[in-house]
Ligand binder design. Structure first.
Ligand SMILES: Nc1ncnc2c1ncn2[C@@H]1O[C@H](COP(=O)(O)OP(=O)(O)OP(=O)(O)O)[C@@H](O)[C@H]1O
Ligand SMILES: [Mg+2]
Length: 300
């Protein structure tokens, strides 16, 4: 689908750092040093911290997150409310800057981009989908979908052709002249998916895309995202509380209190809730500690 070329004029990062791309990764474990393949990862987040201030009081929303997302991967981010999922999305999507740490998109450190380059990245490389759809109410579905194309400089003919095609793809060709208020929640989210695809992005960031939808409509949206991921190879990173969503993902990152606790394939999470998974993880750690302690005691 996309060419994924690094941004013109931006400085690529040196491709030498270690990576914990696959399998289970417990945050406290030392990062394994392994041969690093620059082309494999489309997003690399390195030790990202974000501190907000409410008056003089700091809120540590992200406490040093490192995460690699493979090109073409479907990654689910799960964690309790307030754990930092949306903050992480804002960092990866270039909507906000880390207090500390680095985000690489296609090996480009996005903090090094000037305003024009950052706008290019946000417009062309990344498509955004939000829980509350965030469509512009006074515009038709078609106008909402073509808006990002205007920013990207597409001709009117291109806008119309691609806008219609995208709305057709999400099953809304017959509703393209309706405004969001005339559409159901599921239909609005489908318009938002079409809009996210307007400029053929390499990455879709979907923050709780099924959060405001009932189960059946949520399932349709998940299927649509999964199909896009498989057929056009777009990388999808989604924050979700939805069981059905994480079960379809390639890997699940569990974020608790601004830290990644684990990155696991969904079958490792099984039918456990995130809480259940964390309780198991804690039990394993406690058992290891107890065994270590018993070993130490025996050797005295
Ligand atoms: N602009 C802000 N100013 C101060 N604190 C903020 C701000 N934005 C977020 N926070 C705080 O940062 C922490 C992480 O918030 P974030 O929105 O990333 O959580 P979340 O995991 O997306 O939660 P939810 O599942 O409810 O969407 C929370 O404690 C939140 O209150
Ligand atoms: Mg959120």
């Amino acid at each position: 689908m996309s060419t994924n070329t690094p941004l013109d004029g931006a400085t690529p990062a040196t491709a030498s750092s270690g990576s914990s791309g696959g399998g289970t990764a417990v945050a406290s474990a030392p990062a394994p040093r392994e041969e690093y393949n620059a082309n494999e990862y489309i997003v690399r987040v390195r030790n990202v911290k974000r501190v907000y201030y409410i008056g003089e009081n700091p809120v540590h929303a992200l406490r040093g997150i490192s995460l690699d997302v493979k090109r073409g991967e479907f990654m689910a981010i799960m964690g309790p409310s307030g754990s930092g999922k949306s903050t992480l999305f804002n960092m990866v999507g270039g909507l906000d800057k880390p207090t500390e740490g680095t985000v690489f998109i296609d090996e480009v450190d996005i903090a090094q981009l000037d305003a024009g380059e950052l706008a290019w990245l946000r417009c062309r490389k990344i498509g955004y989908i939000f829980q509350t759809f965030n469509l512009i109410p006074v515009m038709t579905a078609l106008e909402n979908v073509t808006l990002p194309m205007i920013f990207a400089g597409a001709s009117l003919d291109e806008q119309m052709e691609r806008g219609r095609k995208l709305l057709d793809m999400v099953g809304l060709a017959h509703r393209m002249y309706n405004k969001p208020g005339q559409l159901s929640g599921g239909q609005q989210q489908r318009v938002a998916i079409a809009r996210a695809l307007a400029n053929d992005p390499s990455i879709i960031l979907a923050d709780e895309p099924t959060g405001n939808l009932d189960q059946k409509v949520g399932e349709e949206i998940i299927q649509m995202l999964k199909r896009l991921n498989k057929e056009s190879g777009v990388t999808i990173i989604t924050a979700t509380h939805d069981d059905k969503m994480y079960k379809r993902s390639d890997r699940v990152s569990i974020v608790i209190d601004g830290e990644i606790q684990a990155v696991v394939p969904p079958d490792e999470l099984g039918d456990n809730t995130v809480d259940g998974f964390l309780a198991n993880l804690k039990e394993q750690k406690d058992q290891q500690e107890a065994a270590k302690l018993a070993g130490n005691t025996a050797s005295i």
